[in-house]
Design a binder for this molecule. Sequence first.
Ligand code: FAD
Length: 360
Amino acid sequence: KPDIFYKVDIVVIGAGQAGLSAAYHLKREGIEPGKGFVVLDDEFGSGGAWQHRWDTLTLSNVNGINDLPGLAFDAVVDKDDKGLQANVALPKYYEQYEKTFDLPVIRPIRVTEVIERKGRFLIHTNGVQFSARGIINATGTWKTPNCPKYPGWEKFKGRQLHTGEYHGPEEFRGKHVIIVGAGISAVQLLGEISKVTSTTWVTRRSPDFRHYEFNPELGREAVAMVEERVRQGLPPKSVVSVTGLPITPAIEEMLNSGKLDRLPMFDEITENGVRWNDGTTMDADVIFWNTGFRHSLDHLAHLNLVTEDGGVVMAGQLATQVAKDPRIHLTGYGPSASTIGANRAGRAAARELIDFLQLK
Ligand code: FAD
């Protein structure tokens, strides 16, 4: 059957912080919602990846939520309610945001493939098809977990899960959990799981704990380093890989109690646990992979944006513009993979794309 393509100037893919910020600025710059641009999101509800974060991630232990442009977070959510779950608060905020600015978010609709035809982009989805002159891709990372497959993976009789499937520590009570990974999620979740059950921490490299207070200047330096990488087409690194893990009072306590004594990465997974090459074995009920996420860009594969180094060469004021094709912007990518970065990236991407396409 012939596909009907709905023509717009710009398609924004993803309605998390990065996509909503871009949508706000497109509208503000005079691009007509619905006819000039649409936002496509594959979730049933508002909230982007936040709606899937675990229940124990609350306003007291998130790293910090930056307001979206034009509507303060605390105008919708009581910021002082520190026990409030992030997976409740952020979806509520984003839903109100979409309503307040009447943003043209279409959901649930999953973009499966983007191809170029006669100077336009054809955006294939599991629903309606779109044709656009420019794209702002804001698909985040949550849908593409990194999970290395170790030998014996399939033999394990216990449970393996990734950060993205975690709900809270209670489900592990009474079980021995091997936690893999050296990033912030691994350390935070090890902290809460080790309060209810026995744990073993396993990392490939020695974790990079550092004595410092996180401050905005340090954050800016780290973001600048990530930006430099993406401008060279290198895969973006997380900010923590640049700054190391700050030793907070909670981490200090874990270090002192021995909970953060780590073992090197095991070499094999067995039926009942894991084994190292020196013959040492350890039984486990659960192997919990906190091995990060990669940017969700698979639907753009046909556009051949990724370099041999595994990144995309980025340009533009805030490195949101794809150097090879300025009609494509990636927001929430690399230096803008935070709520504050996503906000700024949305504005830069909207303005630069409008200029490039001469929509005004
Ligand atoms: P997302 O929120 O992931 O939104 C992307 C949207 O695109 C989703 O709705 C997704 O379903 C949709 N999508 C994906 N693929 C497709 C497709 N093919 N078709 C259609 N739709 C699609 N940052 C902070 O600033 N503060 C914090 O405290 C913080 N805590 C974090 C905690 C964890 C555990 C993690 C993993 C990250 C955290 N971050 C934090 C980083 C955070 O992810 C970003 O700040 C930001 O919220 C990401 O926004 P986004 O719009 O880029 O992505």
